[in-house]
Design a protein around this ligand. Sequence first.
Ligand SMILES: [Zn+2]
Ligand SMILES: [Zn+2]
Length: 251
Amino acid sequence: MGVPTLGCECAVCTSRDPRDRRLRPSLLVRWRAGAGERVVVIDTGPDFREQALRSGIRRVDAVLYTHGHADHILGLDDLRPLSFIVNRESGPVPLYASPDATEVLERVFNYTFSPNATYPTRARVQLKPLAGRTEVHGVEFIRVPVLHGQLEIAGFRFGRAAYLTDVNTIPESSFALLEGLDHLVISALRHQPHPSHATIDQAVGWAQRIGARQTWFTHMAHELGHEETNRMLPAGIELAYDGLTIPVTLA
Ligand SMILES: [Zn+2]
Ligand SMILES: [Zn+2]
């Protein structure tokens, strides 16, 4: 829902700590390539435009979608100006998505994806099936299947980092894809159980099993204040915050 949550006046929603202001979750992976840079975005939520402005990106080389829920897809249309730039160089921007997520994207953004779409300034993007491994200009993104309620969704590993959002079950086979991480970003919604999101305790358990050098929690609801929650977390686990930048090894 984002924090502050609409209509709420709780301590976290009215906090003056900038780390208690949370846009909808998204991740940017950027690396230098010659004189320029390459940019991969994981999810384009409703706040994508604001996040793209903050991070100063001038291009998007690919988008990877975790799943088709509103808080992860609704900013797709704001790819338009960036897609015009990339399209002039090398054609439409590839958007990688599972069959479930593709179905949602085609329906919600019918005016973009329909074969009969005629809107002249529609995004220059192309949906592609998300495979187990996706290479974007030499960097490999490995799909890490996780469960979000009943729905299988995608997490991603790239180099020595991984991003798992909206998870409430990690299948046994996915742990093998998460060995040897420097950084793990994983969602933790709140303390109380939720049918499709992890609690702090569950996420701490996974973080300790996976054993990344550093784990960052994301996708927190307004029940979790930044400072007070961080104080109770074990060493090596912290809440992420909007704008957090981490150097990662991609090779
Ligand atoms: Zn609140
Ligand atoms: Zn979500």
